[in-house]
Design a protein around this ligand. Sequence first.
Ligand code: PLP
Length: 378
Amino acid sequence: MHTDSLYLDYNATAPVRPEVLRLVMEVMGTVGNASSVHAPGRLARKRVEDARGHVAALVGAAADNVIFTSGGTEADNLALRGFGARRLVVSAIEHGAVLAPALLHAADTAVVAVDGDGLVDLAALERALAEEGRPATVSIMLANNETGAIEPVREIVALARRYGALVHTDAVQAAGKIALDIDELGVDFLSLSAHKLGGPQGVGALILREDREVLAQVVGGGQERGRRSGTENVAGIAGFGEAARLARAGLARYGALAQLRDDIERRTGEIAPGRKVYAAGVPRLPNTSCLGMPGVKSETQVMMFDLAGIAISAGSACSSGKVSASHVLDAMGVPDDEGLTAIRVSLGWDSTAGDVDRFVDTWADIYRRCGSDAVDAA
Ligand code: PLP
């Protein structure tokens, strides 16, 4: 067992940035409800509003249009339910935070197929939009959490406009990894989550391009201008703001991670010519690689990497003890036995060439010990 651990699972959650940790601890040590009118309350309010400005700036939005939530999941739920009873059109590779609320009303939801690289089939999207019925909300993620594939959101918006649909994008994985501007994208609202950016877990935001009426899903004291009640998570929100500020400042350097990612893909391909890289043919996040190791089940790989002190995640979903191929790879038409060998490696702002060497050496070791052309050999 290694004592020095290597964390390559930034898409699951990123380490909290030291500046964020300092600020969160400072704010947690200070009393104040952001709704109180006295001085401690006003300080708490200032923390929240400063953070709102930083989060808005990360996506080029107006600060007033940021609604803080308990995370990406709540932001996605609010996007799907907070704008009236609309038909929903989602892609097959959405995160559960979009798919599950959409499928609660399955009869009123269209799930649009993706191609072999995981990009939304625009012809299928248009067919779904053209169906008679109530106006739709389209929800298609900006970047996929498992493969990193970046969806053609501007084209999706152009199409949706022709049918009078609203467009939401789950930008939880894209934010801080690629530059993004809500006006340029043209979406009506997008979701963010602090913990993917180096902020705390349990805080996120739904951000609107233009002010519009929101049907609040959490009602009570009327915080967030009545759009999301509950005493503000001042420390979490302050940490989110700081993470957003740092992520924005680091965007120019973040793209360089693609070199490390490409290095992993090239070198694993040299070790095992049959290794797969999913969504390799389309624009992807610079930090994400979804890799199939011939003959070795993803759960075995995750365990063996873990024993070697390396944290990565399986590209497959495990529920009630049964491991099944991920719904993302399944939607991309990857056969089950192949999909069951996929892992996700996701780098972060402090990943190094040395980390890549260690990952590739371990990958090679696992492949030599367990790899073959048959999944069952694992
Ligand atoms: N959407 C995507 C694409 C994600 O990857 C995640 C987190 O894994 C979420 C939504 C949920 O965000 P949170 O963990 O903040 O609820």
